[in-house]
Design a protein around this ligand. Sequence first.
Ligand code: GLN
Length: 310
Amino acid sequence: MSAPAHAQGNGSERIWTVLDLLKWTTDHFAAKGIETPRLDAELLLAHALDLRRLDLYLRYQEPVAADARARFRELIGQRVGARVPVALLLGEKEFWSLSFSVTADVLTPRPDTETLVEAALARLPDAERAYRVLDVGTGSGAIALALAHEKPRARITATDISPEALEVAGRNAEALGAADSVRFLRGDLFSPVQDEFFDLIVSNPPYLARADAGALAPELAHEPEQALFGGEDGYSVLRPLAEQAPDRLEPGGWLLVEVDPNQAKTVGGWFAAAGLGDGEILKDLAGRSRAVVARKPTLSPGSEVPGRRD
Ligand code: GLN
């Protein structure tokens, strides 16, 4: 099989249509072990042609000019060679039907994490209330900005330890018209919000185990280690998060944390040990345990439960 942009016939260049290129590239990606070959081919070709992906379907029979083919070939090379994820090649990723800029400084938002957004929204039912919400380790800002989009009255704070990530998140907030509804603060875990209390705390922390790094998709090498790995066993952020979050919750406030499926029970146990109740494990669209949720007990007269301390 010859590469599309090199193909020649009788000295005159062969005509490659959109559909030809998609078929060739899909086969090529599949042969190279790319997980979603057709989708990747479509996204990259649309990018090279400066079209939306769905517009490709109306242009299947149209020939693709040499300059666009050269751009496409370059993208194919990076996708297959260095295994650069499509989102990084495009510089953007859709999450919660919103478009997010992504760079190598942030974790690319995953569809799995929409589970967390959905669960958070279900726990912020009152449209009029100015809920105080905290997103710990916001990265691209995906969770915080999806929540801001759905809950314009909420007062949302988003933290990250990485100044580069906060820059990306800030740009995303601007682009999504949410710069005034989300406050971005730099720091580890709860250090930027030490005296504050929230109605809901949500986090997609780094939770992969470094011990498993060898078995992970090569694409992950292009995302920040800081956003992926929770130490050797995957728990180095999850554990202090579970221990400290209850102190930052209002009575009745919710904690929602994304986890690897094999961590859900352990993290649920820590939530309970930290005094949280109503624990629940939520599944993602693929049916895997993906988030752990629990709630700080509400104050009742004479109860021993520590509440807001300010
Ligand atoms: N779910 C991501 C992955 O497996 C990891 C994200 C994270 O560590 N928060 O690629």
